[in-house]
Design a protein around this ligand. Sequence first.
Ligand code: NDP
Ligand code: 8X3
Length: 254
Amino acid sequence: MKNHEVQNTVGRMFITGATSGFGEAVARMAAAAGYALVLTGRRAERLEALKLELGNQVHQTLCFDVRDRTGTAEAIASCARSFVPTVLINNAGLAVGKEPIDQGHYEDWDRMIDTNVKGLLNVTREWTPHMQSGARIINIGSVAGRQAYPGGAVYNASKFAVHGLTQAMRMDLLPRGIQVAQVAPGAAETEFSLVRFKGNQSGADAVYQGYEPLSAEDVADAVMYIATRPPHVSIQDVLIMPAAQASAYHLHKS
Ligand code: NDP
Ligand code: 8X3
């Protein structure tokens, strides 16, 4: 896709999973704040629509699957010639299925581990050698990475991995002046549950009934807060929940 040279930016942000939910909301807020953006995901038509909407703030869109190590490496290498992020948002991810461990599907497990863990690693490994002192990486974890719950085993495992990776990445990248943060949301209404329940809209809607869930914008707001701190301030970890949710197990529905 054609690159667009963006002038007078406050920073350069690379977002995985910008076609929906948190990633799309961060893209809109970051564009409004003056960031130059590279927007990525698998759905090319959505990337193009967002590029049309956000206009000159979008340096480039890149259509690739974070599970595809070669495709990810090629996309990032092509981008790095004209754009190295000051902020990398590792957001692409998903849950698939909610069966107990003795009934789970290997294919679902592979999708979660390959996307949420290996995909995050693929993007991080390809970008970090290029990134400069003062840059930030913001990983999207989850309350599911703090507390396991029934039916969540492999999704839990993948987000516990993001929690651990965030801490180790922060230590590894400390000497290079790259700050690493995690935003760990509770229940947020995006396409997340539609994906988890494999297109079952009524099942997905039921997740968000009886209380006010987080919106994608609520989570994007936390991401932007971290991204825009002064260089000497490093927000390391933000757990953000709907007011009706006290833990992975405690959701007060009316
Ligand atoms: P959405 O389903 O709305 O968005 C997920 C995004 O990830 C999409 O843009 C999708 O793009 C992208 N994505 C998924 N798989 C791949 C892949 N293999 N390669 C590249 N991109 C991919 O969900 P959310 O916005 O809610 O989810 C974003 C992150 O937040 C995920 O990591 C999720 O686990 C996490 N999260 C969500 C919570 C919630 O309640 N909604 C709470 C806590 C954490 P495309 O399909 O175009 O590739
Ligand atoms: C998504 C939130 O509670 O469905 O990460 O796991 S939850």
